[in-house]
Design a protein around this ligand. Sequence first.
Ligand SMILES: [Zn+2]
Length: 205
Amino acid sequence: MKGFILSLRRVGNEDMIVTLLSEKSLMRLYRFYGARHSILQLGYLIDFEVEESASGFLPRLRHVTHIGFPWLYRRNRLALWHSFVKIFEAHLRDTEELEPFYFDTLLDAARRWERQNPHRVVCEKYISILKHEGRLHSFERCYICEKGLGERVSLMRAFIPAHPECIYASSFDRGKIEDFFECGKSTWLEDDEVEALCNLALKGL
Ligand SMILES: [Zn+2]
């Protein structure tokens, strides 16, 4: 089975509880002497087996191998990847069974992380998740004061539109953001706009 490591928690001196996003679920597995295994790193994609625990405690993580990506050796890309996987952990924390959508989203992002600007990958994946969950807001009115929006808009967490003066945040050209919401591609956005959207996305889903 394959999964992305969304979090690692040390237990005692050397054991670990590993949270993994697999195709069908979010799993918490126990790994004896996990702290000794350099393979167990935040954000890594691993192949593994699960062994049920006879004591009714957490199932065990066994036979782990690491599936690498070339960008793991690029420090900035790896740091951004850590921030990106953390929003999945926070968002999916209380779920157990999942559709493959979330695993597939991370897998596709990991494949694109090397050859594309990863900030753009974050923005596009964030939009696709909001769309998938039916949480993408329209531009009809400001979320705060409920009056109509103008040519410049600001975005709150989950890309909820508001007047710049209502949330005291940097603003975007409304038409460009609407196009981005519609097509899900960041092609027409400038790098600084993408970076601002990415920073917002990394605050969480
Ligand atoms: Zn407003």
